[in-house]
Design a protein around this ligand. Sequence first.
Ligand SMILES: *[C@@H]1O[C@H](CO)[C@@H](O)[C@H](O)[C@H]1NC(C)=O
Ligand SMILES: *[C@@H]1O[C@H](CO)[C@@H](O)[C@H](O)[C@H]1NC(C)=O
Ligand SMILES: *[C@@H]1O[C@H](CO)[C@@H](O)[C@H](O)[C@H]1NC(C)=O
Ligand SMILES: *[C@@H]1O[C@H](CO)[C@@H](O)[C@H](O)[C@H]1NC(C)=O
Ligand SMILES: *[C@@H]1O[C@H](CO)[C@@H](O)[C@H](O)[C@H]1NC(C)=O
Ligand SMILES: *[C@@H]1O[C@H](CO)[C@@H](O)[C@H](O)[C@H]1NC(C)=O
Length: 481
Amino acid sequence: MLPCVIVVFVLLSCACGENPAVQVILTNKGLQYGKHEGTGWIQEKLEKITFPDISGSVNIHIGRVYYTLSGVTIKKCDLPEPSVEFVQQSGLTTSIAGLSFALAGEWRNHFGLIHDSGSFDMAIFNIDVTSAVKLGSNAGGHLSVTSVNCTASVGDVSMQFHGGASWIFQPFVKYFKGHIIGIIQSKICPEVEDTIMNLDHHLQAMNVSFDVNEVLSFDVPLTGDPDIEPSNMKLGFKGEFHSIETHAEPPFVAQEFVLPELAGYMLSVGLSEFTLNSASFGYFSAGQLQAFINDSMIPPYIPFRLNTSAMGGFIPQLPKMYPGLLMNLQVNARDAPMFSFQPGSGVLDVHICVKASATESNGTQVPLFTLYIDSRFTGKMMIADGKLKGSMMLNNVTLTLGSSEIGDFKTDALENGIKSGMVVVLGKLNAKLGEGIMLPRMKHAQLVNTVLKMQKGFVGIYSDVQILQTDRSSYLSTSYL
Ligand SMILES: *[C@@H]1O[C@H](CO)[C@@H](O)[C@H](O)[C@H]1NC(C)=O
Ligand SMILES: *[C@@H]1O[C@H](CO)[C@@H](O)[C@H](O)[C@H]1NC(C)=O
Ligand SMILES: *[C@@H]1O[C@H](CO)[C@@H](O)[C@H](O)[C@H]1NC(C)=O
Ligand SMILES: *[C@@H]1O[C@H](CO)[C@@H](O)[C@H](O)[C@H]1NC(C)=O
Ligand SMILES: *[C@@H]1O[C@H](CO)[C@@H](O)[C@H](O)[C@H]1NC(C)=O
Ligand SMILES: *[C@@H]1O[C@H](CO)[C@@H](O)[C@H](O)[C@H]1NC(C)=O
């Protein structure tokens, strides 16, 4: 019965002792929604469970009748909505009261040498089940779930026998009914505990690290046990990207942050700047932050040609030394671009090195100069109409001449040229960012009523979740069982 409430954890999915860089808060509202959505699934599951054969004997004054009830199938199951609650610093309790089943099956009995058989209808009323589980984390950073206790009781059973000499048998139901109630009662908790163990196996098998693309992998083991209060459960994840190739650790660590609770949302996610910076460092350490740029790669809307003649305005001696040659640029990040988040906005610092060369008509590359460009961008992010939108602004760009094969030159003009080039590029980028990108939509759930707040050191995303009704059963069965 528990799997339904863990749905929400699995939907998120996506180490110990360090600060979590990704924090997730599942509120009671989210728990109740998950439970409500899961109830239909439990009902479907219950209707498919197989009942074991029940055998016993009853003394009918003139001797002992041995009976077997077999081929029991569920005709109908009436499942009242269960209740699920967080338990302070422990886990969850789930209880169902008043569950009833209508069943049908075959009966066989023998009394001395007489064998007889027929069919029966059975109703089991008022089954109450309460189960408490502990949620924790294991050394591998997986969420773990273990059964703490379970109680089950069956209110009553009624039976109607058909066929054979069932009229002889029927009056004795009251004598063996207790035996049948006892058997059913004793099977419920082991069944619940099995389900919890299966769920735990499933959780242990989940990957806590996965490849995002061919360059980066993302590590999301839990950094500690879930922090559970009656109103919510907080989970902390490592949230670190690595280069698949180098697996180098970034030269910075996650800073502690407190994700504020915002009432009324099912789910809150805090994403620290460390997570973004580890991705940036991953690309950098994999040698991905470099580019070769030649004239034909510069889009026509940029007023900047990579031609020694066209560069005369910035570097007067260049067209004199090498007239009319095409140029190319080897661009490398000097270090990983770093994000830092502030309330309401974020800053991105980028430090690059540009080596310029000219191409002689015979193909020879002539090195011209090396520039260092330090730029700072300010950006905003927001979520509106189910889309992630943003804008980027150039704050500052500084050009420094590193070395030159063509003699010294003033960089002011070139700096202004690069600035206007960047402004044009940012204009195009902002048009795209303004249109927004759809929030990632999982196959079986989507985020609704989502808001994003930039804070010092992290962004907080607050959202409700909507489970898509289509195909729910197949999703749940594939992701759990
Ligand atoms: C079952 O465990 C829960 C949580 O630890 C506890 O609150 C409850 O009292 C226990 N119930 C029984 C019957 O032991
Ligand atoms: C877990 O990761 C491994 C290796 O990256 C992959 O082969 C496997 O299919 C993944 N398992 C799941 C359940 O995603
Ligand atoms: C620029 O580089 C691209 C890809 O390396 C190449 O296809 C193109 O011909 C180059 N253009 C010039 C003008 O060198
Ligand atoms: C570079 O620009 C000059 C003047 O704008 C032009 O005459 C020349 O053909 C260009 N060089 C190449 C290789 O395109
Ligand atoms: C290419 O031409 C330049 C001058 O036009 C010359 O200095 C250089 O030696 C030539 N390189 C080759 C490989 O021919
Ligand atoms: C631009 O950046 C440099 C160094 O990165 C700094 O000294 C300067 O004050 C900045 N200018 C502005 C206008 O922010």
